[in-house]
Design a binder for this molecule. Structure first.
Ligand code: 3MF
Ligand code: MG
Ligand code: MG
Length: 438
């Protein structure tokens, strides 16, 4: 066991809204019961391995700023152990119930796939032991099928079937590691599953390849008895110009075409929604409406930047609307709130990681409370129900049930003379209601 990475930092605890302690929870009180459920069980927070423990702080114009000790150790497996020590130290200090990781975040890539798989097995055992010691659980695991140059033209969608085969090797190992650790879900983000130009891309073939790959993963999931859903993470672009998993609606159509709806749901991320030209609330509402809501990556973008900045969330207004969708649809299910978030490049102190996560958790807790109050008062639900009340009549229900022909409706419209009168949508009134809560 190496020296504590976070020095003498003490565990972060709930101290109430009036606390002046910069490292305290003001709203996140994990045992507080909200709408019949403990806050911790509503929110199911997860810290991700990659941004906090694998990213060195580089950007396109400059390299490492963080200088983490495990990034400068000659023995890659010893470094993986030191990294795991720091990660579990952070989980404990935050009292965060879950974590998430990619295969290559946890264990180093070997000279062959067999070596990489062996490395992952060693670290899976280490995780198992650390999880038993601390009670930390795994929200999801995943495989990195986008960083290595072999994947530059895609993993499942690569023009070379050998790359598809290699990706299958990586995913089997990562899925089995996730299963061994009791993971609640398994994620597939298609970072390179897209294209830069159609001049060198056979789009039809690539979609078929992606459909086949996911079907294979679903088959294997059943074979090993993994119960959680597979989650696709929609994102319209970055790194590729056009990604096949563009947004929730596109992913839904894809899942339907390849008959994957029984096994695959979506993992939604705020800035991916924005990059696709949607609001975060839209993507969440649509996923629930289509029955494919899986989980959330709870980080945000920057309104002035056109790329995915993966910042810790702090827009309480936006999050209140998202939690309202979550609560009215019965909660996160097997999903959770994963901070796929990184501290800024200048935030070089270990304690900055604690500030980022604790602030994000607190912001979510506050938004949850706002949304719960709004829902309990039926503040938005009641006006919504009355707006659609006409559809509750027997006559309207018969239309939706398919019992009435177009000709019958047309004759009815002719009989009714002047026709329906429009009513106000009342948007301003509704926005003001939300402002009372958020
Ligand atoms: C990229 C992402 C990804 C995924 C991760 C897990 C590197 O914008 O959001 O983070 O969340 O690969 O699927
Ligand atoms: Mg993400
Ligand atoms: Mg992202």
């Amino acid at each position: 066991m190496s020296a504590p990475f976070f020095g003498d930092a003490s565990p972060i605890t709930y101290q109430g809204p009036d606390s002046r302690d910069p490292l305290a929870y003001r709203w996140y009180d994990k045992n507080r019961v909200v709408l019949g459920k403990r806050m911790e069980d509503h929110l199911r927070f997860a810290a991700c391995y990659w941004h906090s423990f694998c990213w060195p702080g580089g950007d396109p114009f400059g390299g490492e700023t963080f200088l983490r000790p495990w990034m400068h150790m000659p023995d890659a497996m010893a470094a993986a152990h030191a990294k795991a020590d720091a990660a579990f130290e952070m989980f404990r200090l935050l009292d965060i119930p879950f974590f998430t990781f990619h295969d290559l975040d946890a264990a180093p890539e070997g000279a062959t796939l067999a070596e990489s798989v062996d490395n992952l097995k060693v670290i899976t055992d280490l995780f198992q032991q650390k999880m038993a010691d601390t009670g930390t659980r795994l929200l999801w695991g995943t495989a990195n099928l986008f960083s290595h140059r072999r994947y530059m033209a895609g993993a499942a969608t690569n023009p070379d079937p050998e790359v598809f085969v290699y990706a299958a090797g990586q995913v089997r190992a990562a899925l089995e590691a996730t299963h061994a650790l009791g993971g609640a879900n398994y994620v597939l983000w298609g970072g390179r599953e897209g294209y830069e130009t159609l001049l060198n891309t056979d789009l039809k073939r690539e979609l078929d390849q992606l459909g086949r790959f996911l079907s294979l993963v679903a088959e294997h999931k059943h074979k090993i008895g993994f119960k959680g859903p597979l989650l696709i993470e929609p994102k319209p672009r970055e790194p590729t110009k056009h990604q096949y998993d563009f947004d929730v609606a596109t992913v839904y159509g894809f899942l339907e075409r390849y008959d994957l709806l029984a096994d695959v749901k979506v993992n939604i991320e705020q800035n991916h929604a924005i990059l696709a030209g949607h609001s975060f609330q839209h993507e969440v509402a649509l996923a629930y409406a289509l029955g494919v809501f899986g989980s959330l990556d709870m980080n945000r973008g920057d309104g002035l930047l056109g790329w995915d900045t993966d910042q810790f969330p702090n827009d309480i207004g936006e999050m209140t609307l998202v939690f309202h969708e979550i609560l009215k649809n019965g909660g996160l299910g097997t999903g959770g709130l994963n901070f796929d978030a990184k501290i800024r490049r200048q935030s070089i102190d270990p304690v900055d990681l604690l500030h980022g996560h604790a602030g994000g958790m607190d912001a979510c807790a506050r938004a949850l409370l706002n949304a719960a109050a709004m829902l309990e008062d039926r503040a938005i639900e009641a006006p919504l129900a009355s707006r659609y009340a006409g559809w509750d009549s027997a006559e309207a229900r018969a239309i939706l049930a398919g019992d009435v022909s177009l000709a019958t409706l047309a004759d009815r419209a002719l009989e009714r003379g002047a026709g329906p009168q429009p009513t106000s949508g009342g948007q301003e009134r509704l926005e003001n209601i939300v402002s009372r809560y958020a």
